[in-house]
Design a protein around this ligand. Structure first.
Ligand code: PMP
Length: 374
């Protein structure tokens, strides 16, 4: 049973249907600079997909740069979008793909600072004390605890100082609306596989007029901003996923909120010591991050190999240290190690939630997981 939607979402069958023709032998054709109909057809399909991505966030198609995913989009935004010498500011709970770029910019001589978060993972816009232009990067929603950040206010304050505002919107777009034009966002990253689209494709929105230094060089594809032959099927898949997200995000959000509350109620009834790290209101609808004091989450989940959910953050797989997000929220390393993250998604059912709750209660109340037995 798959309950790890913050790590990756399954491909929507409707997205797959739109991709399949572009994976067949008949769909051969380089979308860039081909002097024949096969290439032109691929190019047209890619431009239609680009327009769908743009529509999801109310941008113009020319402002969308396809990338291999959000890791690359974040690197392009930060390393390619921060003007020489500018300070860079990010929240302390950004995804590692952002934090590592902040560290790299710091190494290159840019002043860098990290905004603190409160015990629910929220950034206080007052903590953004800019004295001049800076590149500010704050995620729209956190991938571990699901906190949704006040990006409208942060973007407004950033622009007031002549800065550039980037948001990693990877987790937000499946169930929430972001209008880059209304919010005055300059750069926005998104990823196909967090939107029920394919893995290996993402995009960076770059507001018209924002200067971007490319990370790759060579063929002049995408205006030179991100050269390289585009994968037609993946671009078409991302476009379809964005269109379906636009159609479904409101109903999906409402349904997932109900499912999440059903799950948390069942878990709290069975595990009285349970603590909720995700915000009770206003967070990502499908995200539930919990601490079960005294439990070793990784150890307990070994007894649930059929339940795909995560300890700490699956995005830092291989990293067994305590989550930087929970530490920034003021939790102790022991609390971080006693935490699990459950991610519900578009195809999760009530029956799955009820079954998962029963299994988790069983495992987390079993005496052989008590600290004395470890
Ligand atoms: N940012 C956030 C908030 C994420 O959750 C992820 C994926 N774990 C990424 C960036 C990286 O995205 P991708 O897998 O497309 O490189």
């Amino acid at each position: 049973m798959y309950l790890d939607h913050m790590a990756s979402t399954p491909l929507d069958p409707a997205v797959l249907d739109e991709m399949l023709p572009w994976l067949s032998a008949g769909a051969v054709g380089n979308p860039h600079a081909s002097g024949h109909r096969a290439g032109w057809r691929a190019a047209e399909a890619i431009e239609r997909a680009r327009a769908e991505v743009a529509t999801l966030i109310n941008a113009r198609p020319g402002e969308i740069v396809f990338t291999s995913g959000a890791t690359e989009a974040n690197a392009l935004a930060l390393l390619g979008g921060t003007p020489d010498g500018w300070p860079v500011v990010a929240s302390a709970i950004e995804h590692p793909s952002v934090l590592a770029c902040v560290a790299e910019l710091e190494r290159r001589g840019h002043p860098a600072s990290r905004l603190p978060v409160d015990d629910a993972g929220g950034v206080d816009p007052d903590s953004l004390a800019l004295t001049g232009p800076a590149l500010v990067s704050v995620m729209a929603a956190n991938n571990e605890v699901g906190t949704v950040q006040p990006i409208a206010e942060l973007a407004r304050r950033c622009r007031q100082r002549g800065g550039l505002f980037h948001t990693d919107a990877v987790q937000r777009l499946a169930t929430g609306e972001i209008d880059v034009t209304a919010l005055g966002i300059d750069l926005l990253s998104l990823s196909g596989h967090k939107l029920h689209g394919p893995m290996g494709i993402g995009a960076l929105f770059v507001r018209q007029g924002v200067a971007l230094r490319p990370l790759l060089f060579g063929g002049g594809q995408q205006g030179g901003k991100r050269p390289g032959t585009l994968p037609t099927a993946l671009c078409v898949g991302l476009g379809a996923a964005c269109r379906i997200a636009r159609e479904r995000r409101q109903t999906d959000a409402a349904r997932l909120t109900l499912l999440r509350e059903r799950l948390v109620a069942a878990l709290a009834a069975g595990i009285p010591t349970l603590r909720r790290n995700s915000p009770a209101e206003g967070g990502l609808p499908g995200c539930l991050h919990l601490t079960i004091p005294g439990m070793d989450a990784a150890d307990s989940l070994l007894d649930l190999p059929d339940l795909a959910l995560s300890t700490g953050s699956a995005c830092a797989s291989g990293d067994t240290g305590p989550s930087h997000v929970l530490l920034a929220m003021g939790r102790t390393p022991a609390e971080a190690h006693a935490s699990i993250r459950i991610g519900l998604g578009r195809f999760t059912t009530e029956a799955e939630v009820d079954h998962a709750a029963a299994r988790l209660v069983e495992v987390f109340t079993a005496s052989d997981h008590s600290p004395a037995r470890r």
